[in-house]
Design a protein around this ligand. Structure first.
Ligand code: G6P
Length: 362
């Protein structure tokens, strides 16, 4: 059928979509920047951000995880306070809002009912909204005041991969633009750094054999798996755990490295796989301390570190990128490890049980 043709030589859409990520990042740079490296954004979006006293990011699933990373960018680069909420919770338990809130909906499909329910409420209250989506003309795009497109191309696999990295890249651009609009200094060259990210992604996509080996070694028969990280790595761990749950049905949880000892460490047994991310210099030693804690209780550690922060015994070292942009690269091994874990456990990678690509019921 038509979808087989689109898959080309790939066995699964998920693998194809993972491989498309370097291209998607380069495409986003082209779509959002002119030849002089000026960011191209609708004036209305700039004004809406300028006028807001707080941004509320609303999303579900993987898009929520991208929102957490986006919060980090918007707060550190542009100094704008941001809250990130799961749509279904926000809708039924709306927090106290600031005076001039601006809503940013993140939705790959632009059709998620939980997110739309919030958008409807927000519009009734008269607040402005931007939708960040891969689907031009989608419901969330039409009903918001402004749309930011992901330009990632159709994502077919139920487990989201390239939409996540596209969301993060567009949020980075939005944050840098908002910083510039406020006259804040950005200590890096955005185009150059995203270009370095795209090249690093390519290296990672060429490391499939290594990722398959990790999946076989750590996840072939395990019942559960933990992902630990601190700061921005923690957010990527949440996404890594979701990917693994979605397609391999291994019970997986992402934890903040420091929080593990407050309960969850009780679950660590002899051989429990613990995948740890170490991409942030300021928490490198503390996350390694957490790895030691789980190893002392029998865990089988798989540390993935950023070049420059690697230590003896790390299982994989990511090519060097700007630390702030590490989620764009650290997620790729996690996507590939999940893919191979699912494959070797004979799961239906592209169409996992119980899940739908876009959930149009609340
Ligand atoms: C579904 C999908 C997830 C996705 C979530 C949000 O549950 O299975 O992969 O992250 O919806 O989808 P959206 O299209 O709003 O980003």
């Amino acid at each position: 059928d038509a979808s087989d043709i689109e898959k080309g030589t790939y066995p699964h859409f998920m693998l194809k979509e993972i491989d498309e990520q370097p291209f998607v990042i380069r495409n986003i740079i082209q779509k959002y920047q002119d030849e002089n490296d000026n960011i191209m954004l609708e004036e209305g979006i700039r004004n809406a951000i300028k006028e807001a006293d707080r941004l509320y990011i609303i999303a579900c699933g993987t898009s929520y995880h991208a929102g957490l990373v986006g919060k980090q960018f918007l707060e550190t680069f542009a100094k704008i306070p941001v809250e990130v909420h799961v749509a279904s919770e926000f809708s039924y338990n709306m927090p106290l809002l600031t005076e001039k809130p601006l809503f940013i909906f993140i939705s790959q499909s632009g059709e998620t009912a939980d997110s739309r329910a919030v958008l409807v409420q927000v519009k009734e209250l008269g607040y402005p909204a931007i939708t960040l989506t891969n689907a031009p003309g989608s419901t969330l795009s039409r009903e918001a005041d402004y749309t930011l497109l992901l330009h990632a191309g159709p994502e077919i696999a139920v487990a989201s991969t390239k939409a996540y990295t596209a969301q993060i890249a567009v949020l980075a651009i939005l944050a840098v633009d908002s910083a510039r609009a406020k006259g804040l200094h950005i200590p890096f060259d955005l185009t150059k750094e995203l270009g370095i990210v795209a090249n690093a992604m390519e290296v990672l996509c060429d490391s499939k054999e290594e990722m398959e080996n990790i999946a076989k070694e750590f996840l072939a028969t395990t019942r559960n798996c933990f992902f630990i990280g601190r700061g921005i790595d923690y957010y990527v761990c949440l996404e890594g755990a979701l990917k693994l749950k979605e397609i391999s049905y291994i019970q997986a949880e992402g934890f903040a490295g420091g929080e593990l000892k407050h309960g969850t460490i009780a679950l660590i047994e002899q051989g429990t796989p613990v995948i740890a991310l170490a991409t942030q210099e300021h928490v490198n030693l503390s996350i390694r301390g957490n790895v030691k804690e789980v190893v002392a209780r029998g865990a089988n550690p798989c540390v993935i570190s950023l070049k420059g922060l690697e230590m003896e015994g790390d299982r994989f070292v990511l090519p060097s990128v700007l630390e702030a942009f590490s989620p764009l690269v650290s997620v790729i091994p996690l996507q590939l490890i999940s893919y191979y874990a699912a494959l070797h456990r004979d799961c239906d990678v592209d169409k996992p049980r119980n899940l739908a690509k876009s959930v149009t019921v609340e």
